[in-house]
Design a protein. Structure first.
Length: 296
């Protein structure tokens, strides 16, 4: 269904998730967790029957167009392995793991930004929002914000939040609220947030105590063996005073459980990201969520 050799529109990814949920209705649940400011549903699929949940997100930044398709392909492959009760990659018993746990996939947290970075500002239907975006004088192909020109990954109510514009306050955005509500809807074991800059794994959380970061470090080292990404340095968590307010900061501070940022795609990749990175990225990270469940 997802071939990992082309750019997929928001509608194509949304439809693919609906079709997967219909095909595997015994163990997939599809629902919308919220609406973007341009009135696009934010889709989620829960895979599995276990009460404890691993949350996986992508597409928080609009221009990071590789990971949304990769996560939908992941749902597809995991679902097939679950139904057929086959060992995935000769290691992971998906049926057993996803009867013990579940995985909530949110491939497109920021659908408005995603559509903008692929198709331009004409993809935004609301005229006021579209005008405000154009007034920013930022090229649409590098657009990482939502339709209100807010960086969602700087909008979460946590210790590192810093206001960046007058209309921005902690948790002000629809997309932020949707993800926060999802975090609180389940008993979670961990959170993986997929971004696209540098093939890195960030595990360290400055606001968290030593023992928390030691546990996250051990998890990150295990994931490193799978995808062969470098580990981000502690001092790189906040590259400037306005780098905080991330979803991983909020999750770690609120739930005291591992929140790992996985940066895919080479650092030198330019925007718009080539669809050629999809297959390469998938091969690198396809087993990461299963590995987290197995280690849980």
């Amino acid at each position: 269904m997802i071939s990992l050799d082309k750019h997929y529109t928001y509608d194509e990814l949304y439809d693919a998730m609906e079709l997967l949920a219909a095909a595997y209705s015994d163990f997939l649940i599809f629902r919308n967790i919220g609406l973007s400011h341009d009135n696009r549903p934010i889709p989620m699929i829960r895979l599995g029957l276990g009460e404890q949940v691993l949350i996986c997100t992508a597409g928080i930044h609009g221009r990071e167009s590789v990971n949304p398709a990769v996560l939908v392909r992941m749902i597809e492959e995991y679902s097939e392995a679950y139904e057929k009760r086959t060992l995935l990659y000769d290691i992971y018993d998906v049926h057993k793991l996803c009867n013990t746990y579940s995985i909530c996939f949110v491939p497109l947290v920021n659908p408005d930004g995603y559509e903008t970075a692929l198709q331009g500002f004409s993809g935004i239907r609301h005229p006021v929002l579209r005008h405000s975006m154009r007034m920013k004088e930022i090229d649409w192909s590098v657009w990482k914000y939502n339709a209100r020109c807010v960086d969602i990954n700087r909008n979460f109510p946590c210790k590192s939040y810093v206001q960046q514009q007058p209309e921005d306050y902690p948790g002000s955005e629809n997309e932020t609220k949707a993800l926060i509500e999802l975090f609180h809807s389940y008993e979670t074991v961990a959170y993986l947030d997929f971004h696209s800059r540098g093939r890195l794994i960030y595990y360290y959380r400055n606001a968290m105590p030593f023992l928390y970061n030691q546990k996250s470090f051990r998890l990150a080292r295990q994931l490193q063996k799978i995808c062969h990404y470098a580990l981000g340095k502690k001092e790189e968590e906040f590259l400037s005073v306005i780098s905080g307010g991330n979803s991983v900061n909020y999750y770690s501070e609120t739930f005291q459980k591992p929140a790992i940022t996985i940066e895919t795609v080479p650092d030198e990749a330019s925007f718009p990201l080539s669809a050629d990175y999809q297959a390469e990225t998938y091969a690198e990270i396809r087993s990461v969520p299963l590995a987290v469940l197995k280690m849980s």
